[in-house]
Design a protein around this ligand. Structure first.
Ligand code: DX5
Ligand code: ZN
Length: 221
C-alpha cells in the first residue's frame, strides 16, 4: 500500500475561520486539504469556489489541495481552479460532456486528474481513461452533504476498483470520501483505499491531532 493520505474535508470546518481551521488540521497531521465544490445544480447544496481556494493560498496554505468538483457542467470552471492553485482536480463523469477532454484539460493545466464515482455509478466509467487518471475518488455516500453514514456496499465496489487499478499497473490513488470515521477507516483501508477524506469525523472532534492519529493507527494495523 502507498503511504496513506488523510485529507480532511473543509466542508465541515468553521467557514468564518477557514484559513485558521485549514492550518489547524494540517498542523494536526493531515496530508491534503479536501475542497468540496457544490453548485446547487449537480448537487442540492452550494459551497465554495476558486476565489476561496486562492484566498487559502494567500493565507499561506501550501499543502496539496484536492478539489472535488460537484458541478455541472465541469469544463468551464476547471481553468479557474488551476489558476487558483489546485493540485488535484476530480469530477463526476456524468457531469462532463466529454470525460476524456475534461481529464486532459486538468492535466494540461499541470494538476493531477481524478474521476469520482457515486455509490450507483458503474465502475466501467474508468475503462478507456485509466491512462489519464491520477486518482479515483469513490463516494461512500451520495454527494451533497457532510455528516452522512457510509454506505456499506461501497466496500465491495472498492475491492473491484482496487483490482482494476492493480491490473492496469498504473500509479493511481484510490481515495474514499463520505462517512469515513475512526471506527470504519481500517475496514476501508483493508478493502483497498489509500487516501481517506474525512470531514465531520475530524472537524466535529474536539482534538484534530488525536482523531487524525487514531485514524492512522487504524490504517497501519
Ligand atoms: C460529500 C462531500 C464529502 C463530505 C465528507 O458530498 O464530497 O467530502 O464533506 O464529509 P463526511 O466525512 O462528514 O462524510
Ligand atoms: Zn468530497
Amino acid at each position: 500500500m502507498k503511504q496513506p493520505i488523510i485529507a480532511p474535508s473543509i466542508l465541515s470546518a468553521d467557514f468564518a475561520r477557514l484559513g485558521a481551521e485549514t492550518e489547524a488540521v494540517l498542523n494536526a497531521g493531515a496530508d491534503w486539504v479536501h475542497f468540496d465544490v457544490m453548485d446547487n445544480h449537480y448537487v442540492p447544496n452550494l459551497t465554495i469556489g476558486p476565489m476561496v481556494l486562492k484566498a487559502l493560498r494567500k493565507y499561506g496554505i501550501s499543502a496539496p489541495i484536492d478539489v472535488h468538483l460537484m458541478v455541472k457542467p465541469v469544463d468551464r470552471i476547471i481553468g479557474d481552479f488551476i489558476e487558483a492553485g489546485a493540485n488535484i482536480i476530480s469530477f463526476h463523469p456524468e457531469a462532463s460532456e466529454h470525460v476524456d477532454r475534461s481529464l486532459q484539460m486538468i492535466r494540461e493545466g499541470g494538476c493531477r486528474a481524478g474521476l469520482v464515482l457515486n455509490p450507483a455509478t458503474p465502475i466501467q466509467w474508468l475503462d478507456h481513461v485509466l491512462d489519464k487518471l491520477d486518482l479515483v475518488l469513490l463516494m461512500g455516500v451520495n454527494p451533497g452533504f457532510g455528516g452522512q453514514s457510509f454506505i456499506p456496499e461501497t466496500l465491495n465496489k472498492l475491492k473491484l476498483v482496487r483490482d482494476k487499478i492493480d491490473a492496469s499497473g498504473k500509479e493511481i490513488r484510490l481515495e474514499v470520501d463520505g462517512g469515513v470515521k475512526v471506527d470504519n477507516i481500517g475496514t476501508i483501508a483493508a478493502a483497498g483505499a489509500d487516501a481517506f477524506v474525512a470531514g465531520s469525523a475530524i472537524f466535529n472532534s474536539g482534538d484534530y491531532a488525536k482523531t487524525i492519529t487514531e485514524m492512522r493507527c487504524q490504517i497501519q494495523h
